[in-house]
Write a protein that binds this ligand. Structure first.
Ligand SMILES: Cc1cc2nc3c(=O)[nH]c(=O)nc-3n(C[C@H](O)[C@H](O)[C@H](O)COP(=O)(O)O)c2cc1C
Length: 151
């Protein structure tokens, strides 16, 4: 068993009908592949949890990641082994929070947005750290080469 959670950003506005069509497509496929989970859409951000056999999840994940309907797909967690399903009865329970933009759903929408923003910041920090590390390593290598060449 494998479980993946991620957030992503809508590439462009999606109507409630488009979200519904996506939910139907997902649910139909998942029910034939032992995949269960939940999908929340805020009108800007998706939050999804998918769970099922590892190979099924890996194959689905490759397709979800490449789906042009969203961008900035960031994994929040990926767990494997000894798991029991959190949503055994949901082939893909979908909640479109953009339909209900009321006070009641505000905390959920805010939380999802916060999680997305936070992860974008961490992603940028990791990228910057990686670049700085590479630069340092390259400089050190260059210094070594200059020393060896007696420059
Ligand atoms: C936010 C989001 C969640 C999705 N969730 C699922 C899902 O749970 N199951 C599924 O079969 N497809 C899901 N899809 C659709 C897949 O990305 C993909 O379009 C579908 O599997 C068909 O892939 P194909 O066109 O490569 O055959 C999702 C797409 C998006 C944008």
């Amino acid at each position: 068993m494998k479980r993946v959670r991620y957030v992503s950003r809508f590439r462009e506005n999606m109507s409630p009908a488009a979200i519904q069509a996506l939910a139907r497509e997902a649910s139909e496929f998942n029910s034939g592949h032992q995949i269960t989970g939940a999908l929340l859409a805020t009108g800007q951000i998706f939050f999804q949890m998918i769970e099922g056999p590892r190979q099924e999840i890996d194959a689905l994940w490759s397709r979800i990641k490449a789906d042009p309907r969203h961008v900035d797909v960031v994994i929040l967690s990926s767990e494997e082994g000894g798991l029991s399903r959190l949503c055994p009865d949901w082939s893909m329970k979908t909640i479109d929070l953009s339909i209900d933009a009321s006070e009641a759903t505000l905390p959920l929408r805010t939380l999802i947005q916060l999680i997305f923003d936070q992860h974008k910041i961490i992603d940028s920090a990791v990228e910057a750290l990686e670049k700085a590390t590479w630069n340092m390593l390259l400089k050190a290598e260059l210094n070594d080469m200059e020393r060896i060449a007696g420059m």
